[in-house]
Design a protein around this ligand. Structure first.
Ligand SMILES: [Cu+2]
Length: 170
C-alpha cells in the first residue's frame, strides 16, 4: 500500500511539473542547436511564458551555449558570459519575463547565425474554488489544456494520498 501512495505522489508531482510550464528544444523540429537553423524564425513561431524551459541539444565537442547581454548578442561577443553551458544537453529555465540572449561562442559560429533571442511573457494563473475542487486557468490561455488543478490543490491531494497510504499500510 505504501507503493500505491508513492505512485500517487509521483502522479501528483508529474502533474505539477507539466501543468505550469512547457519545454522547447531549441531549433526543433527541423533542426537543433546547429549552424543551419534560422533561430529568428524558430523563436518567432513560439510564445514563451515564465515557467517554460529551453533545451539546447548539440555535440558538446563542436558547440556550446553562452548566455550574453543584448550588446554582446548583437556583437557576437562571448567573452563576458552571464552563463555558460557545454554538456550538449542543457536545460535553461525561463523563470522571469523579459528577453534572454544565447550564442555559440565557438569562433565564427555566432556570426554564421548560431544565436537566439527569446522573449518571455509573464503567465498569470487565475484560480476559482477551493481545495481539490479548485480549478485554474493560465492567462493568456495557451489552449484548453492550460486549464488544470492548482498547485495548492495538488499539494492537498498529495497529502491526502499520503495519509490514505499510511492508514492503509498500518
Ligand atoms: Cu557552434
Amino acid at each position: 500500500m505504501a507503493a500505491k501512495a508513492m505512485f500517487l505522489m509521483t502522479v501528483v508531482a508529474t502533474g505539477l511539473g507539466t501543468a505550469f510550464g512547457a519545454s522547447y528544444t531549441v531549433g526543433a523540429p527541423g533542426g537543433s542547436w546547429d549552424l543551419k537553423t534560422n533561430y529568428t524564425r524558430w523563436a518567432s513561431a513560439t510564445t514563451f511564458y515564465t515557467g517554460d524551459k529551453l533545451w539546447f541539444q548539440y555535440s558538446g565537442v563542436e558547440h556550446n551555449v553562452v548566455e550574453v547581454s543584448k550588446a554582446d548578442y548583437d556583437a557576437c561577443n562571448g567573452s563576458s558570459p552571464i552563463a555558460t553551458f557545454k554538456t550538449g544537453n542543457d536545460a535553461v529555465a525561463l523563470a522571469a519575463s523579459g528577453s534572454r540572449y544565447f550564442i555559440c561562442s565557438v569562433p565564427g559560429h555566432c556570426s554564421a547565425g548560431m544565436k537566439v533571442q527569446v522573449n518571455i511573457r509573464s503567465k498569470v494563473v487565475r484560480c476559482r474554488g477551493r481545495g481539490i475542487r479548485q480549478r485554474c486557468r493560465s492567462q493568456p490561455s495557451l489552449s484548453s489544456a492550460a486549464t488544470s488543478v492548482c498547485p495548492s490543490a495538488l499539494a492537498q491531494l498529495g497529502l491526502a494520498a499520503m495519509v490514505a497510504g499510511i492508514v492503509l499500510f498500518f
